[in-house]
Each structure stands twice: as C-alpha cells, then as structure tokens.
Design a protein around this ligand. Sequence first.
Ligand code: HEM
Length: 143
Amino acid sequence: MALTFYAASTISFIIQIVVLALLIGALILKNQKKFRQHGILMLTAVVLHLISIFVVMVPSLAAFFGSPDALSFADAYVSITAVHAFAGVISSVLGVWLVSAWHLQKDIQGCFRKKKVMDITFVLWLLSIVLGVILYLRIIQAI
Ligand code: HEM
C-alpha cells in the first residue's frame, strides 16, 4: 500500500524528532565520558535515520512529485529541500562509516581518532533535521 504524502511526511517528521533526541542524548553521554553508550545511541540514530530515508522519505518525495502542488512547492523550497537532502545523505554516509568502523568493539581508541569526522557528521545531521522540520511545517500548512 502506498503511503499518502501527508502520512509519509508525518512519520518521517516523528522519526527525525526521535533522532534529534538521540543525538542530544548521545552528546550528553559523551560529556559524561560514557563513550560506549554514546556510540550505541549514535548507532541507533543512524539505523533510524536510514529507515526514515529509505522507507519514508524516498516514497514521500516520489508521492510529492506526483502531486499537483509539486511545482509551486519546489519553486519556493527547492534550495531548502536540496540542502536538507544533501546534508542528510552526507551525514548518513559518514554515520554509517563511523558506527561500522567501531562495530561495538570494546576498544574505543579508534573512535577518539575520528572526533573531527564526528563533529562534521553531527553538524550536517542537525542542519538536515532543522531544515526537515521547516519543510514539514510548510507541507502541513500547504495540505
Ligand atoms: C553518527 C555517529 C557519531 C556522531 C554523529 C558522533 C558525534 C560526536 C560528537 C559531536 C562528539 C564531540 C566531539 C568534540 O568534542 O569535538 C563526539 C565525541 C566522541 N565520540 Fe562520537 N559520534 C558518533 C559515533 C561514535 C562512535 C561509533 C563512537 C565509538 C564508541 C564514538 C566515540 C566518541 C568518543 C570517544 C568521543 C570523544 C572524543 C574526544 O573527546 O576526544 N562516537 N562524537
């Protein structure tokens, strides 16, 4: 059964808010030097992010471009959508790399060396979520 554009966007939005909570929680754990728990929360966030991209956002985008409002929406919001999608894809590629390089090992020394990549991933991820929220608010307003 194909998801309606509105349902898909809402599910995606809810997942993004959960991911945001996980990112903030993971940062708090890092500040408490609970690095393993930080890694586990980030792993969970990466998995949820991938689910939201492949199960929800791609069908949502497809449903959207099949709708009559697509062109006017795309005109006004094309830049936000493009940056949201670009930041989302790059942060998920980097996130997958970070968590798979670690793969739940006891030894986290390798993680310390990837601090710069974590910073970049985190910033891009936040950017993607903030723009995603703006897009969602625009979508529910337009429907
Ligand atoms: C998507 C995946 C991840 C993101 C977005 C992320 C994000 C971050 C951020 C923003 C910091 C703060 C860096 C700073 O203080 O400048 C950090 C620190 C850290 N993260 Fe991650 N992280 C991720 C995955 C992991 C994984 C898989 C591990 C392995 C257990 C890990 C271990 C650490 C450690 C040890 C630090 C402290 C580094 C230091 O203070 O030198 N992270 N992470």
